[in-house]
Design a binder for this molecule. Structure first.
Ligand SMILES: NC(=O)C1=CN([C@@H]2O[C@H](COP(=O)(O)OP(=O)(O)OC[C@H]3O[C@@H](n4cnc5c(N)ncnc54)[C@H](OP(=O)(O)O)[C@@H]3O)[C@@H](O)[C@H]2O)C=CC1
Ligand SMILES: O=C1O[C@H](COP(=O)(O)O)[C@@H](O)[C@H](O)[C@H]1O
Length: 492
């Protein structure tokens, strides 16, 4: 299955880079990477470890600088210690890999960064450009609380650091349709859309990327990818984790905004898109935008919200909070390919299991076998880790009779020979360095996701309580119809 695959999703413009035997990447221009919020939580847990993993994989440009930016004062040496601490806590440490060389390229610019006062950042960027050459690619990564996006975007524009640069926005890129539009207008007053990389890390998961390889490189799957053969699609992301460590953020957000309008909608678009003209970034982005525009606005009766029992007792959560910690939705996509096929989306905290599954349930075959169960034929992908593909089929139960039995064929993607799975942040930051936007959300695409959610924001459904460790409120089961939710029906 691996050997003849074309490079998944991306090809020319820009080309996938080659990693020479000696592990250095030579065909990326020198890069100045400015990490705003460099001492914050996400930077420590994800961005800095991802950057180091890129160095370990030989996927960084031959010459680069990473400038951490923050409001406090720190020397370069203190920042190096901070990064080392982050790698020890959230990655495999610094014993394994090019730490000495890596650490020499780290800088810190304190004093904050506003349109009136750039702190030490302008000088730090100028020095880095002097060292790397004026043509060095500038990348801004806003690992900041969303309320700081506006001020930093303005400051980047005001200090002339926008021209020719790339900018990465963490999520959420707007927490309401109005907030999205305001931020988007501001961003476009400084940057062109082609310069902007909005993170949705579900698009960077190996399993999500494999959706395209599976479908477009295999007649076996491409031919069944439509209403003719698919009865229902389920995108199911139950989580067993709590939100106690970030209750304040979570209470202001909820599952619908944190997961549904973001990750689940984007994954639904990945499943439902028409074949892009090519695997070039622009074609993939156009195909994703086009199908997002076909999402029928969710009606409140097609959405079930829930809150786990005990949520209101968490520190930072008001006693009367009605924030949703669970959401299930039945989405319709008004395209010829998917008309009449429900896309069932579900996610929630403190549920019975942690899974990330995309499942396509096939219609029962019209043939002589009349006892195929409703969920007898399912193509399912796990988006967790390196991903897997599982195909449920009916087979002859070995023995004297022609009796049918369910069976599963599984492919663990991490076992593909020569494979080197990358965690989503590593993959996405690599794409930023290469300039490949195919796995990032677009302004037009996000506008469509808010359009599709609008009726639910206008008339929010009631929030049902559910027990911790359950599969959420019973009301969600009705959305799934005769197929039921696949997860939770059998032991996984
Ligand atoms: N943490 C996580 O697990 C995840 C976070 N995200 C997103 O990543 C981004 C960063 O999150 P996270 O690291 O948790 O955030 P933090 O609250 O840790 O803030 C990051 C850094 O930003 C600076 N900062 C904080 N408040 C302000 C402010 N008002 N103005 C300017 N700078 C400020 C601080 O650095 P200093 O004091 O040095 O200036 C802080 O260390 C957010 O957009 C978040 O939604 C997305 C997915 C997961
Ligand atoms: O963005 C988010 O994603 C995580 C789940 O993603 P994972 O890949 O880390 O499992 C979710 O728990 C969190 O609430 C949400 O903000």
């Amino acid at each position: 299955m691996t050997s003849d695959l074309p490079p998944p999703r991306r090809s020319a413009a820009p080309e996938r880079i080659n990693v020479p035997e000696n592990g250095t990447t030579t065909d990326l221009s020198p890069t100045v990477f400015v990490l705003y919020g460099a001492t914050g939580d996400l930077a420590r847990r994800m961005v800095l470890p991802a950057f180091y993993q890129l160095a370990q994989h030989g996927l960084l440009p031959a010459d680069w600088r990473l400038i951490g930016s923050g409001r406090g004062e720190r020397s370069d040496e203190e920042f190096v210690e901070h990064v080392q601490g982050a790698l020890e806590e959230f990655a495999s440490g610094t014993d394994d890999g090019p730490w000495e060389e890596f650490s020499q390229r780290l800088r810190f610019a304190g004093g904050g960064f506003t349109d009136e006062d750039p702190g030490q950042l302008l000088d730090a960027v100028a020095t880095a450009r002097k060292e790397l050459g004026d043509e060095a690619q500038l990348v801004h990564y806003l690992s900041l609380p969303p309320k700081a996006f506006t001020g930093y975007t303005k400051a980047i524009g005001a200090h002339g650091l926008g021209e020719g640069a790339r900018i990465v926005y963490e999520k959420p890129f707007g927490a309401s349709p109005e907030g999205f539009r305001e931020l988007d207008d501001l961003v476009h007053s400084v940057f062109s859309e082609e310069q902007v990389f909005r993170i949705d890390h579900f698009l960077g998961k190996e399993g999500t990327q494999d959706l395209h390889a599976l479908r477009f490189a295999n007649g076996l799957f491409e031919h069944i990818w439509s209403r003719e053969h698919i009865a229902q699609v389920q995108i199911d992301v139950p989580e067993d984790l709590d939100v106690a460590d970030r209750a304040e953020f979570y209470d202001a957000t909820g599952a619908t905004l944190d997961m549904l309008v973001t990750h689940l909608f984007q994954v639904a678009a990945e499943v439902a898109m028409e074949p892009p003209v090519s695997f070039k970034a622009d074609d993939i982005l156009a195909a994703r935008e086009s199908v997002l525009a076909k999402f029928r606005p969710l009606q409140p009766e097609d959405v079930v919200l829930g809150q786990f029992e005990g949520y209101r007792e968490l520190d930072g959560v008001p006693d009367d909070s009605d924030t949703d910690t669970f959401v299930a939705a039945r989405l319709c996509i008004d395209s010829g390919r998917w008309r009449g096929v429900p896309f069932l989306l579900r996610t929630g905290k403190k549920l019975a299991a942690k899974q990330q599954r995309v499942s396509l349930i096939l219609h029962r075959p019209k043939g002589p076998v009349d006892d195929v169960p409703a969920n007898g034929n399912v193509v399912s992908l796990s988006l967790a880790g390196a991903g897997s593909v599982d195909i449920d089929v009916m087979a002859k139960k070995p023995g004297p009779d022609l009796a049918m039995a369910p069976a599963r064929v599984s492919l663990d993607l991490s076992k593909i020979p020569g494979g080197d799975p990358l965690p989503p942040y590593v993959s996405l930051i690599h794409d930023v360095l290469v300039g490949d936007r195919s796995l990032f959300t677009t302004s037009e695409g996000l506008a469509q996701t808010w359009r599709a959610l609008q009726p639910v924001l206008d008339a929010r459904p009631e929030v049902h309580p559910y027990a911790s460790g359950s599969w959420g409120p019973a009301a969600a089961n009705e959305l799934a119809g005769e197929h039921g939710w696949l997860l939770g029906q059998t032991e996984e």
